[in-house]
Each structure stands twice: as C-alpha cells, then as structure tokens.
Design a protein around this ligand. Structure first.
Ligand code: ADP
Ligand code: MG
Ligand code: MG
Ligand code: MG
Length: 418
C-alpha cells in the first residue's frame, strides 16, 4: 500500500519541492524557475533526476511502488529508499568520500537528494569502450575493506552489531529479489529467464540438470539467507560505480542488509570477469582489446589481493568487536595463532567470494537482468561464444572452488577459457 502523501515527482513538480529544502536550494542557487531538470534513471527500479542551477547540481532518487523495468504488475516497497539512505550514512561514516553525500531524505516520498556526481559516468559504460580507471582498484578495495570490516563482529560489540542487523532486516523484499533471481531461477525453468537462443539452449539445459551445481548454489543461498557477517552494499556491480579518471564513487545501496561479505566481493569480481569475456565481442581489427583485457584481469587480481591486505590490516590495528577476544590471544602463542587464523579467515572469505562471483556470472547470462557488456554485442553467435566461456568458468568456480588457491589461478583460468 502506498502511504498517504506519496506521489512520484516529475520534471514539473520537482523544482518547487526542492526550493522548500534550504540546503538543496542553496546548493542549486538562484530560484526554481531557473533550475534545469532531467530524468536520467537507467536502472531497473527507480526514478533519478539531475537538477542543475546556477550554483551547482543535485541528484534526486525516488523509489516507485513497483519495479520500473517490469511495471506496476511487480510491486516493490518504497521502504527501499529508507534502507538506501541508511546504508549511505553507514558507508559515509566508514568510507568517507567514497559515496555521494546525502543532502535530504523524505521518508513519505521515498526520495533522497544527494550530491551530483559530475562529470562521472557509470563505470560499466566506460569499460565497454575500453577506458581504464587507474584509481578504481584502490578505491573499491578501500570501500569494501572499510565497510565490511567496520560493520562486522571483528569491529563491533555484539549488542551494537545486533541492533544494526535489526535496523536493516526489514529489507526483505529486496533480499528476496536476490534470493530468487540470483540463487534460484537461473537453475530452473522460470518465466523471467532469458538467454541468447538458440545458441545457449544446450548449456542452459545442462545447468538446469547439473545436480552438483544446484547443490552448490543452494549452499550459497543458505549462506546469503543466514549469515549476517557485515553490512553489504548488496548490488556492487560496475553499474553501481561512477567514475572519472581520478575519482571513484559507489552508488545505489538499496539492497543493503547484513549478509555474507563474499557477496559484495564476488559481485565486483564477477562484473570484471563478465567485462573481460565480453571484450572478444567488442574487439575489431582497428580496436583490438587484448591489452584492455590484461588491464581488466589485473583489476580482478588487485581487487582481491588489495582487499585482503587492507582488511587484515584493519583487523590487526583496530579490532574492537566481540569476536576473537584479545584476552585469549595476548601471549606469544596466542599472537601467532591469531595471525594464522586471520589468514585462514581470509582464505575462507576468498572461497566464498569466488562462489558468489560465479553465481552472479551465471545469472547475468541465463536470468532476468543482463549486462550491457554482453548485451551490446550485436552478433548473436559472437555474443554466445563470449557467454559460453563465462558460463564455463563460472560453473567450475562454483563447483570446484577449492581448486582455486589464489586469484591468479582464477585469472589464469579465465585466460585459458577459449
Ligand atoms: P537504480 O536503483 O534504479 O538502479 P541508481 O541509483 O543506480 O538507480 O541510479 C540510476 C542512474 O542515475 C545511474 O546509473 C546514474 O547514471 C544516475 N545517478 C544516480 N545517482 C547519481 C548521482 N549521485 N550523481 C549523478 N548521477 C547519478
Ligand atoms: Mg542502479
Ligand atoms: Mg538500484
Ligand atoms: Mg549481480
């Protein structure tokens, strides 16, 4: 049910509304008659307006009571805006400067006014054109290490952690989208699914009949349902990253909730690998993509290796949580044991991350929501060849995860997938 007072904003009604919010009016400058409004939402779910005035600009994101991509037949609660602004606040606290600043939040309108990222573009768009972003790995690994560490039991006392879990646990409708679209539907006959047909018909059928794979993805689903390890962004693909040559920002955390850390790390790795495989479909004799593919795989390696180093450093410098009580590890033997356990913890997280990456690669090719990295390859045979390589790596990553001892093993397997 849509609350009293809710109505979707449009180009005409937005300026007068924003004029009544002093912080926003001041940022825009001048008066509402001189503000330029454009609806730019390219996502699947929400309205996004860019508003520009003589002094500056803002981005306005408003939830709709349904899934934008599908229409009113698929209702979705407005409360996702509440969880998004709460996540933005938590992320700004732990990873300052890496998310857009929130200027105003209106709970009734499910509307967030935030800092306009300009001249940033969505990273996925740049990657399709083979643009390199030299600062990406450093920033995304900072973002993940800080947000995941500082919201985990390694950093938080138990009561605080449980209160934080409770604050996000109402985001069930968004979690359910993930549960269905990532962990279930690609592995069965479902109306939402689509793939490059007829080229992928056989591999889609093989996946629906692959018992080992279905057990593996169900284990992951169980982990997603039950393991409240840290505050996840929940949708950390390259369409949720906005970039320039020297700035990287993370947007769109409406799927945020307390879940398994490997889900966010896996999302980043998966979307880089999808782009890697897609490049064979964008390469032309005048525009070969081999060197770019090398850069993408360097990013995959950096994302894991730098994340791992940063996360362990945070743990060694400032663990104030109730897990691993310092009193147990104060002596020399304890110090050694804790160090070894930190490495073992990261090894387990690595395995989780690879498995979640695999689930995301598969769902982007066989499920409802596809990536333009692959979708924009016009020749269906060429696209299907890229998709097949991606699916084969994903299947092996999910079922034979333990064979991958390092991220370099993953990138070597990607390179060998021909
Ligand atoms: P959705 O949840 O519907 O996917 P997003 O938060 O991803 O919505 O935003 C959709 C699009 O709006 C983004 O791809 C980006 O182009 C634009 N956008 C979102 N936030 C900002 C911002 N703070 N500054 C500039 N553009 C933005
Ligand atoms: Mg989005
Ligand atoms: Mg979104
Ligand atoms: Mg995904």
């Amino acid at each position: 049910p849509v609350p009293e007072g809710y109505a979707p904003k449009d180009d005409n009604s937005l300026p007068a509304y924003l004029a009544a919010v002093p912080a926003v009016a001041a940022r825009l400058g001048g008066g509402p008659a001189g503000w330029r409004v454009r609806e730019v939402g390219d996502g699947n779910l929400n309205l996004v307006f860019i508003v520009e005035g003589p002094a500056g600009g803002v981005a306005v994101k408003q939830a709709l009571p349904y899934v934008r991509l599908v229409g009113e037949s698929w209702p979705l609660p407005l409360s996702r805006a509440h969880f998004e602004q709460m996540a933005l606040a938590t992320q700004a606290k732990h990873a300052p400067g890496l998310v857009p600043a929130v200027l105003h939040y209106d709970e009734t309108l499910a509307l967030i006014v935030m800092e306009l990222l300009h001249p940033h573009i969505i990273m996925r768009q740049g990657m399709i054109k083979a643009v390199r972003y030299p600062g990406f790995v450093n920033t995304i690994t900072d973002f993940m290490a800080r947000t995941l560490f500082h919201t985990s039991d390694l950093a938080l006392p138990a009561a605080e952690k449980k209160a934080a879990i409770a604050a996000f646990c109402g985001n069930t409708a968004l979690c359910k989208i993930t549960e269905d679209l990532i962990f279930t539907e690609p592995y069965m006959v479902a109306e939402n699914n689509r793939w490059t047909t007829p080229q992928l018909d056989n591999i889609a059928k093989e996946i629906r009949e692959d018992g080992d794979l279905k057990v593996a993805v169900s284990r992951l689903k169980l982990k997603f349902l039950s393991e409240a390890q840290a505050l996840l962004h929940g949708d950390l693909h390259t369409g949720s990253v906005m970039v320039t040559q020297d700035d990287t920002r993370v947007i769109d955390p409406e799927f945020a909730f307390y879940g398994p850390m490997g889900f966010d790390i896996g999302a980043v790795i998966a979307n880089l690998l999808i782009n890697y495989f897609s490049q064979d479909g964008h390469a032309t004799p005048d525009d070969p993509r081999g060197a770019y593919q090398t850069w993408v795989l360097d990013c995959v390696e950096g994302c894991w290796n730098d994340f791992r180093g940063k996360f362990v450093a945070l743990w060694q410098n400032g663990a104030a949580g109730d897990a691993y009580p310092p009193a147990l590890f104060a002596d020399a033997a304890g110090t050694e044991a804790l160090k070894a356990e930190q490495e073992a913890y990261m090894d387990r997280l690595f395995q989780d991350s690879l498995s979640f990456a695999a689930a995301k690669m598969i769902r982007r090719i066989l499920g409802l929501a596809h990536n333009i990295d692959l979708e924009w390859i016009e020749d269906a045979d060429v696209r299907a060849a890229c998709e097949t390589r991606c699916l084969k790596l994903a299947r092996d990553l999910m079922v034979n995860t333990a064979n991958y001892r390092s991220i370099e093993g993953v990138t070597a397997a990607a390179r060998a997938m021909r």
